[in-house]
Design a protein around this ligand. Structure first.
Ligand SMILES: Cc1cc2nc3c(=O)[nH]c(=O)nc-3n(C[C@H](O)[C@H](O)[C@H](O)COP(=O)(O)OP(=O)(O)OC[C@H]3O[C@@H](n4cnc5c(N)ncnc54)[C@H](O)[C@@H]3O)c2cc1C
Length: 401
């Protein structure tokens, strides 16, 4: 294993400017951008501490979907930026990200879904995203294998697409390390102790790292660290299951989403159909949400839903099935910024089912805020303080799965 993949015996400094807990896409994307920004100037010292191997969390278990089709202008703009960043990222990171812009095809089978898509297309037009409305027949012209008998309306954005998540995480890790970030894997932060300035992180190895600022990038596990400091945030873990098929001849360009059931499927560059759906009554918020074993219930529910919409998949063989944790926030938006009562303990959590696609833009904007104090409208929107008054002001309704 190379140093860039992290090692359990990488020496950790006793003091750092920024300690990032969690080596998923959020932690590593942020570390990469921090290292990038402080090149040449007085560099910030940055350490990333990951409990397990890289890609062990949600960042190694997701569908790799990347889209600008959102229900809120801020999220659409952010994803336009993220997709723009994705275009050059393979070259910058020196690794093939398998980024393929085959589009996203959303299908509405209810009147409410139809209204949602109509509203989105108008919003996307105002923001400059090239999403267009399609009839059921036009949707079927893009994916001829679809049974569109119940489809009332569809939208298509040709710039949406898919990536290969593992390469993305490894690419950020390698470049961050090359630029001076210390990456330690297989090491848990077991206790966070507030100091007069900053925090002391106590590791399971007995080591202690002091940090002026700490970033909690532990996704679905973030609540455990927050509770140690009395930080009460409403994001909760939620099990999400997914599977991939045997390799099939390339036949599917877009990632397809059925709004009524939350079913989604795409074809990977290796030919596998990658598909997921949320179980209506999956454990949510409990410790059970973080148990990562697959269920037969998911397999039967997904098979019934998928074969109804794509009858040819009835003959398809399943190769792998797995689970990952969504880190669900009550309004569907991320939780990013200083924690209530702990301004130097920074959250970058609550990304539900869309953190992977947002990571390029989020890593950049959060690094610019940490290193340069630069504001961004999304940081105000995503502030952990927004839950203080109870309830939620608005809700992002284009959450899938
Ligand atoms: C099945 C599934 C499908 C998805 N599909 C998509 C998709 O198509 N597109 C998309 O954009 N998003 C998708 N997502 C969501 C996306 O994967 C996540 O939002 C994103 O990966 C979150 O990244 P993260 O770095 O915040 O969390 P993670 O990748 O979970 O990283 C957190 C890390 O923190 C570590 N950690 C936890 N506690 C400690 C500790 N005490 N000390 C040290 N380390 C610790 C964990 O080991 C973990 O590696 C999907 C998620 C799932 C589960």
């Amino acid at each position: 294993m190379t140093v860039a993949m992290g090692r359990a015996d990488t020496p950790l400094p006793a003091d750092v400017d920024v300690a990032v807990i969690g080596g998923g896409i959020m932690g590593l994307g942020l570390a990469y951008h921090l290292a990038q920004l402080s090149r040449g100037k007085s560099p910030l010292s940055v350490a990333v501490i990951e409990r397990s191997y890289l890609v062990s969390g949600a960042s190694g278990r997701n569908g790799g979907g990347v889209r600008m089709q959102w229900g809120d202008a801020g999220n659409v703009r952010l994803m336009m930026e993220s997709i723009e960043l994705c275009k050059d990222l393979a070259q910058q990171l020196g690794i093939n990200l398998w980024f393929r812009q085959g589009g996203y095809l959303f299908l509405a089978r209810s009147e409410a879904g139809e209204r949602r898509l109509e509203r989105n297309v108008q919003l996307h037009g105002e923001v400059g995203a090239p999403t267009r409305l399609l009839t059921a027949a036009e949707a079927q012209a893009i994916v001829p294998q679809l049974d569109v008998a119940e489809v009332r309306l569809a939208t298509f954005n040709p710039e949406d697409g898919v990536v290969f998540p593992w390469a993305f995480v490894w690419g950020y890790a390698a470049k961050a390390v090359e630029r001076g970030v210390v990456l330690r894997t297989h090491t848990s932060v077991v206790r966070v102790e507030p100091l007069a300035q900053g925090y002391a992180l106590h590791l399971h190895t007995g080591e202690v790292v002091r940090a002026r600022r700490v970033v909690n990038a532990t996704g679905a596990w973030s609540g455990a660290l927050n509770r140690q400091l009395g930080i009460d945030l409403p994001n909760r873990p939620h099990r999400h299951e997914i599977l991939s098929s045997e390799p099939l001849k390339p036949f599917l360009d877009p990632l397809v989403v059925d709004l009524s059931t939350g079913l989604y499927f795409s074809q990977s560059t290796r030919g596998e159909l990658v598909t997921g759906i949320s179980l209506p009554d999956a454990p949510d918020g409990s410790d059970e949400s973080l148990t990562l074993h697959s269920s037969l219930r998911f397999l039967t529910h997904l098979s019934a839903t998928l074969t109804r919409l794509m009858p040819i998949t009835a003959a398809m063989k399943v190769l792998r099935q797995w689970v990952g944790p969504y880190d669900v926030s009550p309004d569907g938006d991320a939780i990013v910024g200083p924690s209530p009562g702990h301004p130097d303990f920074i959250q970058v959590c609550g990304f539900t089912g869309h953190g992977f696609m947002m990571a390029p833009a989020v890593g950049r904007l959060l690094a610019r805020w940490l290193a340069l104090g630069e504001a961004h409208p999304m940081l105000a929107r995503w502030s952990p303080d927004r839950f203080a008054a109870g309830g939620v002001a608005r809700r992002e309704d284009m959450i899938i799965g």
